[in-house]
Structures are given as structure tokens and as C-alpha cells.
Design a protein around this ligand. Structure first.
Ligand code: HEC
Ligand code: HEC
Length: 182
């Protein structure tokens, strides 16, 4: 190597070494979310069509097959009619499938996938083995017999940030009982 090349290399290397590594608030939020939650809901069509009776569940809480099964049976959706028009149907289904649990690298989605058998297509998040296990110490009086909750499906009653995909223990508050200490 000649001198010029060496000089240039030294300059380049020292420049790279002195650039400070900056983590913005956004990076930190994303890190927190990836390790603690599921991806947030980003489709406005999904939010407006699927959150009038319950919260808009994050797509990362169920595998693609489950979302397809749910979308196929909207006219008799848990004893309700949740049909949407054809255009919205496609937007919603594409969004749910593209962001489903097996497509996600968020920690909770991966945990959910690990507890579902290959041939299973559960339609209830509240009955997934992983979700049931995380809540099995909470007594019925705080869920089923709690008028402000009614069922484990009502994630947002206790996880105020559930629509943002955040389920960490620090932000859990059970209505009428407050913070949960286990
Ligand atoms: C007309 C009311 C209504 C609309 C609109 C609606 N749902 Fe539901 N959904 C229900 C009811 C009722 C349940 C059962 C809740 C329960 O048992 O506590 C339910 C349950 C669910 C569950 C399972 C929750 C659990 O227990 O884990 C999913 C997932 C779901 N809905 C997805 C959707 C999607 C996707 C859409 C939009 C295409 C949608 N829902 C629109 C009424 C509705
Ligand atoms: C009655 C209140 C309540 C409802 C409803 C509820 N949760 Fe929870 N959830 C909790 C509590 C309390 C914990 C902490 C449990 C523990 O540490 O033993 C928890 C823990 C979790 C965890 C694990 C968090 C961690 O840091 O380990 C996840 C994920 C979660 N909930 C998701 C959900 C989803 C998804 C729903 C809706 C389908 C839901 N929860 C409904 C109260 C609730």
C-alpha cells in the first residue's frame, strides 16, 4: 500500500470510530415493544371496522390461518354479524395475514406461535395456551365477575395500551383492584 491509501484509510477509520451511536426515543420505544409486546395496529380500515364491539386486536396475537378463518365467518361471528363490504374485506384480510403472529419477530408473537400446534387454527386469543397461562393466577372475581372486565377477551380493560400492542406487567391495572403484584 502506498502512503496516500494508508492516510485515507486512517482518516476513514477514525471518522467511523468517532461517530457517536445515538438511540432516539423512537428506537427505544421500538426496542421496548419488540421485547415486551406485539406489533401495534396500523390499518385504519381494520381499526374502524373491527373495533366497534371490542378492541382492535393486534394481528400479531393470532396466526394467519386463524385470521382467515375469522374473516370467512364474519356473518356469524361469535353470535354477531360483523360483515364488512368487499373492498374493506380485502384490505383487512391482507393486513391481518401480513402482520400475523408467524410473520412477526416481536417476542409475544413468537411465544404465541410456540404454543399452537401446526394443525390448530384457534379463533380466540383469550383461549391460546400462552395467554391462558399468563393469566391463570388471576381469580374469577377480577375477570368474569368483574363488571368492568367481564371476560379475558377484554384485554384493554386491564392493559390500557393493548391497542398499541403493549402488554408489559408494569402497565397492567385490573379495574377495581389496581396494580397486580404476583
Ligand atoms: C358486531 C360486533 C362485532 C364486530 C363488528 C366485530 N366483532 Fe369480533 N367479536 C365480537 C364478539 C361478540 C366476540 C366474542 C367476545 C366475547 O366472547 O367476549 C368477538 C370476538 C372476537 C375475537 C376473539 C376474541 C377472544 O376471545 O380472544 C377476535 C379475534 C375478533 N372478534 C376479531 C374481529 C375482527 C377481525 C373483526 C372485524 C372484521 C371483528 N372482530 C368485528 C363481536 C364483533
Ligand atoms: C383482568 C385483567 C386482564 C385482562 C382482561 C387481560 N389481561 Fe393480560 N395480564 C393481566 C395481568 C394482571 C398480567 C400479569 C400476570 C402475572 O404476572 O401473573 C397479564 C399478563 C399478560 C401478558 C404477559 C405480560 C408479561 O410481561 O409477562 C400478556 C402477553 C397479556 N397479559 C396479554 C393479554 C391479552 C392479549 C389479553 C386479551 C386477550 C389480556 N392480556 C387480557 C391482566 C389482564
Amino acid at each position: 500500500m502506498n502512503k496516500t491509501i494508508i492516510t485515507i484509510s486512517v482518516i476513514l477509520i477514525s471518522t467511523v470510530l468517532t461517530i457517536p451511536v445515538v438511540f432516539s426515543d423512537d428506537d427505544r420505544d421500538e426496542y421496548r415493544q419488540r421485547s415486551l409486546g406485539v406489533a401495534p395496529v396500523t390499518s385504519e380500515t381494520y381499526k374502524s371496522e373491527c373495533s366497534s364491539c371490542h378492541m382492535a386486536y393486534s394481528p400479531g396475537l393470532l396466526p394467519a390461518g386463524s385470521w382467515k378463518k375469522i374473516m370467512t365467518g364474519l356473518e356469524s361471528h361469535f353470535n354477531d354479524n360483523a360483515e364488512v363490504d368487499n373492498e374493506d374485506y380485502k384490505i383487512i384480510q391482507d393486513f391481518l395475514v401480513a402482520n400475523s403472529a408467524e410473520k412477526s419477530n416481536y417476542r409475544r408473537s413468537r411465544k404465541i406461535m410456540r404454543t399452537i400446534g401446526k394443525d390448530e387454527t384457534p379463533v380466540r386469543i383469550s383461549e391460546l395456551p400462552y395467554i391462558k397461562r399468563e393469566h391463570d393466577e388471576i381469580p374469577d372475581k377480577m375477570i368474569r365477575y368483574n363488571k368492568k372486565v367481564n371476560s379475558l377477551s377484554n384485554c384493554i380493560a386491564c392493559h390500557a395500551q393493548a391497542e398499541k400492542g403493549l402488554f408489559d406487567e408494569d402497565s397492567v391495572k385490573i379495574p377495581g383492584y389496581g396494580h397486580w403484584d404476583d
